[in-house]
Write a protein that binds this ligand. Sequence first.
Ligand SMILES: Nc1ncnc2c1ncn2[C@@H]1O[C@H](COP(=O)(O)OP(=O)(O)OP(=O)(O)O)[C@@H](O)[C@H]1O
Ligand SMILES: [Mg+2]
Length: 360
Amino acid sequence: MNLEPAEHSGMGRKAQDGSRGAPRRVLPPALGLLLPMALLNALLYLFLAWVFIAPTPSAPASTHCPRGHFRMGQMKNCSPWLSCEELRTEVRPLKRVGEGAVKRVFLSEWKERKVALSRLTSLEMKDDFLHGLQMLKGLQSKHVVTLLGYCEDDNTVLTEYHPLGSLSNLEATLNLSKYQNVNTWQRRLQMAVDYVSIIHYLHHSPLGTRVMCDSSDLPKTLSQYLLTSNFSLVVNDLDALPLVNRSSRTLVKCGHRELHGDFVAPEQLWPYGEDMPFDDDLMPSYDEKIDIWKIPDISSFLLGHVEGSDMVRFHLFDIHKACKSQTPAERPTAQDILDTYKKVLNLLRDTVMSQTREML
Ligand SMILES: Nc1ncnc2c1ncn2[C@@H]1O[C@H](COP(=O)(O)OP(=O)(O)OP(=O)(O)O)[C@@H](O)[C@H]1O
Ligand SMILES: [Mg+2]
């Protein structure tokens, strides 16, 4: 800290007033000016340190509950997941807040708390719905939306409600004047760290190596993640998470239809040219490296276009280039990317801090 003026301000020096008998402390006029400046300097420094390095505040209850239980918001104790009976009688749907191919999502009320009630849209999608529920149950952690209850008979799932909605709303949310203080490259890079942490968790999950298949374009991918009130990320839609099992040589395919475009990994595209019609049986399968291919695009979206985003992009150039390797095995792992992101975050924070120190 640049507290030099205070440390060397001569506060300890004594001055004698010759007209009186007892010695008295007297500040020379220059010091009288220096002292408030030094104090201001220190306060400004502390403020900047808070802005630049304050960690994202986390929810008070971050330790997890035993399986089959949940805790959210200010709840002190863990509660068991709500049963069919409780879901039917205690949960009151208020308004629809989202809809996808599988679920219709309602902001609802449970014991004066806001919750999200998801209902299956059509029985044709029941398998995906049940797969998503199974994943939600097995993957409860800080990376995944909190499950509050479910009822298979009614095709309903209850989860914690996140008022800022999905990542699709990120730009609109961060552009609100009340969030200008969080619309910084630091917070946005932290969101990219959260995102890659989620992918890392899915690739090393308690349910094995899981691939985030519900991500065939950028808007679709963004809609599967929620922004929490403290601007961290959780994954919400786990309806398409097939398992890669290297020991049994099981690879995956994301759906049974032909995929197009360069958002998806090259190995997800039909490899036999336009002359040969797409045939799912002939389509080769692939592994979790398809998630790595997509990381640069999602991170770039998360970084947005604020002061400093391009500087971050510059520092991430090499790792992002490696993610776009045509050969899946040559792409880095989520852990490699996470290490690089964290290194860049710390490096740039240190640079900004030392520049700030020089300015003061
Ligand atoms: N807990 C929640 N809090 C706030 N909004 C939510 C919550 N859960 C879902 N939503 C909103 O509802 C939308 C749809 O949810 P979800 O992705 O789970 O549906 P889906 O039918 O499975 O989607 P898909 O078409 O990708 O299969 C989300 O993108 C989000 O905007
Ligand atoms: Mg979805």
